[in-house]
Write a protein that binds this ligand. Structure first.
Ligand code: HH2
Length: 403
């Protein structure tokens, strides 16, 4: 008879604690061991060579490791990127060890500390009607395009009555938020004048906001549209430009105390698909989102009220979009809730060979499920009922326990 040695799948420290306790381990021991089960890999960029040498030594002394550039040992390179490998417990010990160290290591320690804190923090968005408790279950944002030319439903809800009917239907189907947009941002689209956008969205927001129990978000990059929509009842700003197209946008959100979604896009909708090559896509998107967070924080938006979105389909190849879905969890280290909008997008069509956007339902639902499995707090979807079912199932599986 053998010992039945096998792998365990422990996705969080609660599940780890349960499995450790099954051995009959002492509760104090379980508390000490629960953070030892998973190795985190943290990337840091541009460390000075002496700093990287110290970091490597400290991590080895803690039982972890750090990958550094080859020329670091004899300082033949000036700077290096690093990958630090350690358990949460080792990383916390590293933070303490880095405090008295020179060469920027104290700052590195502070960044690691902030990252670890952000991972465990409950995620909540405060809007005028209440609080969205994102940590408690995945949230679905229903898309309401009041446009004649959106890529998948252009014209369907351009008429006010149809838009309102659709919105109420989405709430009924389980939407936790509604996103109203008056300008298509599909690849190649041109900007709509502000007056035109206002004429499309304001009546819809004004009618909807007092009649639905969920927050209405305004999908715009124009501060004038956001301000007027907020006055009309919108309570979240969704800016596909990550607060970059209009310098007043961050201030408008801050003043209204509205949560703000910052999305990554390279270029503008007109130009974004012209060149979708990146040196390091995930790093570039990550850095750009961090800068958007800084713009929002500088204007007075609390960090925990900023939602980050890697911008599926905005200046990325199909392969790039798939990669972002696969590595989505990395964006959690920004310390903000994560949103993903993959619904009906072209990469699903390319991957599965489906031309008509409305025929991409199953792929869209799979993408939403994958996003939630990989840490998305909010998924933006056209087909709310189907998406709701899928993400609720993923969530139930993630939390499943015996008994
Ligand atoms: N995608 C679209 C529009 N707004 N906002 C966020 N935060 N994330 C997204 O992925 C996103 C977005 C584009 O999709 P859609 O609204 O369906 O189409 P169109 O821009 O053609 O109206």
């Amino acid at each position: 008879m053998g010992f039945d040695v096998r792998l365990l799948e422990l996705s969080d420290s609660r599940q780890t604690a349960e499995e450790l306790a099954r051995t009959g381990a002492d509760a104090v021991g379980v508390g000490k061991m629960r953070d030892k089960a998973a190795i985190l890999a943290l990337k840091g960029c541009g460390l000075k060579a002496p700093a990287a040498n110290i970091l490597k030594q400290e991590m080895l002394s803690l039982g972890g490791d750090a990958a550094v550039g080859r020329g670091v040992v004899n300082c033949s390179v000036e700077r290096t990127d690093v990958v630090i490998l350690g358990t949460k417990k080792q990383l916390r010990a590293l933070v303490r060890k880095l405090r008295p160290q020179p060469f920027g290591l104290r700052k590195l320690g502070e960044e690691i500390e902030a990252l670890l804190r952000g991972l465990d923090q409950p995620r909540e968005l405060r809007w005028r009607g209440g609080v969205l408790r994102l940590s408690e279950r995945p949230h679905v944002m229903g898309i309401l395009n009041v446009t004649p030319d959106s890529f998948s439903d252009g014209g369907d809800f351009f008429q006010r009555e149809r838009a309102l009917e659709r919105a109420l239907q989405m709430v009924e189907s389980g939407a936790d938020l509604l996103d109203v947009g008056g300008e298509s941002s599909r690849p190649g689209s041109s900007p709509v004048p502000e007056e035109e956008e206002l004429a499309r969205v304001l009546p819809v927001v004004e009618y909807l906001a007092p009649r639905v129990s969920v927050p209405v978000s305004i999908d715009t990059y124009k501060s004038g549209v956001a301000r007027r929509a907020i006055e009309a009842g919108a309570s979240i700003v969704n800016d596909v430009s990550g607060l970059r197209f209009d310098a007043d946008m961050a201030g408008v959100a801050a003043q209204a105390a509205c949560p703000v979604v910052v999305m990554h896009m390279r270029g503008t909708p007109k130009t974004m698909q012209a060149d979708t090559r990146y040196g390091d896509l995930v790093t570039e998107v990550y850095r750009s989102l961090r800068e958007s967070i800084e713009i929002a924080v500088a204007a007075g938006v609390p960090r925990d009220q900023i939602v980050v979105d890697p911008g599926i389909g905005f200046g990325k190849s199909s392969e790039g979009n798939l990669l972002l879905l696969r590595r989505l969890r990395e964006f959690a280290s920004l310390g903000c809730p994560v949103m993903v909008g993959a619904s009906r997008k072209a990469f699903i069509g390319h991957t599965l060979g489906i031309d008509a956007p409305k025929e991409r339902l199953f792929g869209s639902v799979a993408a939403a499920a994958l996003a939630v499995w990989n840490g998305a707090d909010i998924v933006r979807a056209h087909d709310v009922r189907e998406t709701r079912q899928a993400v609720d199932l993923v969530w139930a599986a993630r939390r499943a326990q015996e008994g």
